[in-house]
Design a protein around this ligand. Sequence first.
Ligand SMILES: [Fe+2]
Ligand SMILES: [Fe+2]
Length: 291
Amino acid sequence: MLSPSSVNIELPSMPFILSRIIQITRNPDTSAQDLANAVMIDQSLTSRLLRLANSAYFHRMQEVDTISSAILVLGFGYVRNLAASASVLEAMFPRRVFPGFDWQAMWLHSVTCAIASEEIYSYMSGFDRRKDETVFIAGLLHDIGKLVIACMLPLRFMAVVEGCRKCKEDMITVENNFLSSNHAEVGQYVTEQWGFPEKLVQAIACHHTPECATQYSDLARTVFAADMLAKRISAPCIPDLTANISLRDIAKVVEISPGSMSYIIEHVKQGLERSSEIISWGKNLPNAYGY
Ligand SMILES: [Fe+2]
Ligand SMILES: [Fe+2]
C-alpha cells in the first residue's frame, strides 16, 4: 500500500470548496444560501457559474447576477456538481505533460463517469434522485488516486503509463506490478486522510473490485459500471489503449437488463451535452502529445 510511511510522499490537501460541498451534501438541512456562500468564496468559480446561468443554453430573458439566482436557474444539484468539478479540476489535475497520457481525456472520463453514475444509480433506485446526493462526486473522484500518484510520484506514474503502452494492459494491473499498490488503494488512503464520508471512501476504494465493498456496495457497483461505460463511450486516457467492453457486461454488474443500457446511454449523452461547459474547462490541460 502506498502511504507516506512506505514511500515517503506528502499528500495534497483537500480542495477547500470540495470539503464544503461534501459537508453540504451530507447535511439534509443545508439551504441554497449555504451553497451560494461556499461558492462565492471562489471568484473564478462564481464568474463561471454566472456565465453559465446567462448562457444561451438556459434561455434566460433576464440577466442572472447573483449565485443565489444562478442556483434558482440551474438547480441546487447542478450548481453543487459544478462547484465540486471546478474545485477538483483546479486543485487536483496536473498541469505538466506526461507523454502518452491525455489529461483532457482523463477530465472527460471523470465527468462522464460522474454523469453515468447518477444515471445508473437513479435507474437502479427507481428514479428516486434524492436517495443519495454523493453519487456524482463518487463518479467524479473515482480515479483520484491517479491524480495523487501523478502529482506526488511523477516518475512512477510515467513508468506505469509506459508499461500500459508496452504490455497493452490496463492501469490497475500495471500499477499492481510496478507499485505494489494501485490508484484505488491510493484513492482510499487519501480520502480517508481527508475525512471523506465512509460511503465515498468505499466507492473510490472498490471501483475496480465492488465485490470487496463491505458497505454501500450499490454505490461501488454503480461507479464500477459507470467507469466501464465511460471507457466504452469516450476516448482513452492512454491513446494506444482502447477498451473493449460489452453493454451486457456493464448491465450485469448492476443487475439490470442489457436492454436498459440504451436508455441509460441516451441520458448520459444528454447529460454530457448539458455539461459541455464543465467539459470545456479541461481544454487547457495537456494532452498525450504535450500540447
Ligand atoms: Fe480506476
Ligand atoms: Fe476510471
